[in-house]
Write a protein that binds this ligand. Structure first.
Ligand code: PLP
Length: 463
């Protein structure tokens, strides 16, 4: 960690307001200043290297030094540093990228709308749901359901969809017309002896109850990540999406798949929708779309939705929505090159080859006294810590056990994130078996340090 005396750290504290940071703690802790990256590692301003166990923020799938992406960006900047898509304008890169995304889509999709971040794509989806139901003469059908612990972004609408308390507390969210249904975390929320299948049925029944309580004529859409990321890498229980989709279909509720983490191979298929048999009406992607190298996101929509939008924009005179930088030719060129690399190097195959080693090494941690559950799919994983494994009782969030643990990981040369007391892993797809071993060994040291710390503080229930 940079010393406060270091002028960059002092200037950071003085000037830079950090997202998802305890602002008070930051005044004394200061920042960790990352200055460069290479492969799966990043380096701080004192030259210390860290394995990036979360690919930055689940995004740098190709690691931190892919020269082809640098060349694609440079070339695009030299050719056309900006243009837009407003008022019938276009650029070759955005045309090619839209076409390519539709070609990759897990179900037939008709059009692509670009933006700059995952939040913006999901926010756009909310607006389109409302727009389309107005076009279809169903002005009452506007409510949107997401899930407790789901993460869909931070704008006013997507922060409302997000079902995690600190993202809403005192921001006066959620806004109305946004509802939450069960979090499908079998390990924490199932009844004693309840199978994954029965738990999934209960989640689907509760969703149906919610729709009926609200009135199906008022419920427009359901948002879900195939695997919940920021909620703690929550893998859906067996039969969950099958049962949820049956309910949605019954009441004509659209399914919006948030593929912002799962998209482009993370779960071992090009899309999480393929891993879990999801047939969405809209799909939002970002992060892995450009390997995180430049900001870009995209929302894919079906032909039916597009047709309703056409009639609405004809009525109003224009489709009154767009971001200045949506479809920007430079990030679009980088995204295209990223998708080319995924294909040429068979990155989905690479994830499938390396994932068993990753999952096996993580699963070995189940025996650790602190570890309640290890879960994951593809190159996504989480280790959930428990105060008392036998009764599945977690720590008091105020004790900050997860945060302590990731800080210990950092001290051992590993960066990843704590989602409460679930420690998440989503390394770059290019990670080797040896680097996975190093990552797990560093994490084991952090777990041992954390066990000592909770025992010393009397927080741990000894088995
Ligand atoms: N949806 C999911 C599943 C995400 O993980 C994220 C970000 O982590 C978002 C949406 C929001 O994306 P952004 O931070 O680019 O706005």
């Amino acid at each position: 960690m940079s010393q406060i005396a270091n002028s960059a750290a002092a200037r950071d504290i003085a000037h830079y307001l950090h997202p998802y940071t305890n602002l008070k703690t930051h005044q004394t802790s200061g920042p960790l200043i990352i200055t460069r990256g290479e492969g799966v590692r990043v380096f701080d301003d004192e030259g210390r290297g860290y394995i990036e166990g979360l690919a930055g923020l689940w995004c740098t799938t190709l690691g931190f030094s892919e020269p082809r992406l640098v060349r694609a960006a440079t070339q695009a900047l030299e050719t056309l540093p900006f243009y837009h898509g407003f008022g019938h304008k276009s650029t070759p890169a955005s045309i090619d990228l839209a076409e390519k995304l539709l070609h990759l889509a897990p179900v037939p999709m008709s059009k692509v709308l670009f933006a700059n971040s995952g939040s913006e794509s999901n926010d756009t989806a909310v607006k389109l749901i409302w727009y389309v139901n107005n076009a279809r003469g169903r002005p009452e059908k506007k409510k949107i359901i997401s899930r407790t612990k789901g993460y869909h972004g931070v704008t006013v609408a997507t922060g409302s969809l997000t079902g995690i308390a600190p993202m809403q507390a005192d921001f006066d969210l959620p806004i109305d017309r946004i509802l939450h249904t069960d979090c499908p975390h079998h390990y924490r929320f199932s009844e004693p002896g309840e199978s994954e299948e029965s738990f999934a049925s209960r989640c689907a029944d509760n969703l149906e109850k919610l729709i009926l309580e609200q009135g199906p004529e008022t419920v427009a859409a359901f948002f879900a990540e195939p695997v919940m990321g920021a909620g703690g890498v929550l893998v859906p229980p067996a039969t969950y999406f099958e049962k949820i989709q049956a309910v949605l279909k019954k009441y004509e509720v659209l399914f919006i798949a948030d593929e912002i983490i799962c998209g482009f191979g993370r779960t071992g298929n090009m899309f999480g929708c393929q891993t879990y048999g999801i047939k969405p009406d809209m799909i939002s992607v970002a992060k892995g779309l450009s390997s995180g190298y430049l900001p870009i996101s995209a929302l894919m929509i079906t032909e039916e939705i597009y047709q309703s939008m056409v009639s609405e924009s004809e009525k109003i005179g224009i489709f009154g929505h767009g971001h200045t930088y949506g479809g920007h030719p430079v990030p679009a060129a980088v995204a295209l090159e990223t998708l080319r690399i995924y294909e040429e190097r068979d990155m989905v195959g690479q994830v499938r080859r390396i994932a068993p080693h990753f999952q096996t090494r993580l699963a070995e941690l189940s025996d650790h006294p602190l570890v309640g559950q290890v879960r994951g799919v593809g190159l996504l994983g989480a280790v959930e810590l428990m105060r008392d494994k036998a009764t599945r009782t977690g720590f008091d969030p105020a004790d900050g056990v997860g945060t302590y643990c990731v800080n210990r990981s950092l001290a051992h040369g590993l960066i990843h994130r704590a989602m409460g007391d679930s420690l998440a892993f989503a390394p770059p797809f290019i990670i080797s078996e040896q680097e996975i071993d190093q990552m797990v060994e560093m994490f084991k040291l952090a777990l041992d340090d954390t066990l000592d710390w909770v025992i010393q503080r009397g927080l741990f229930k000894q088995p």
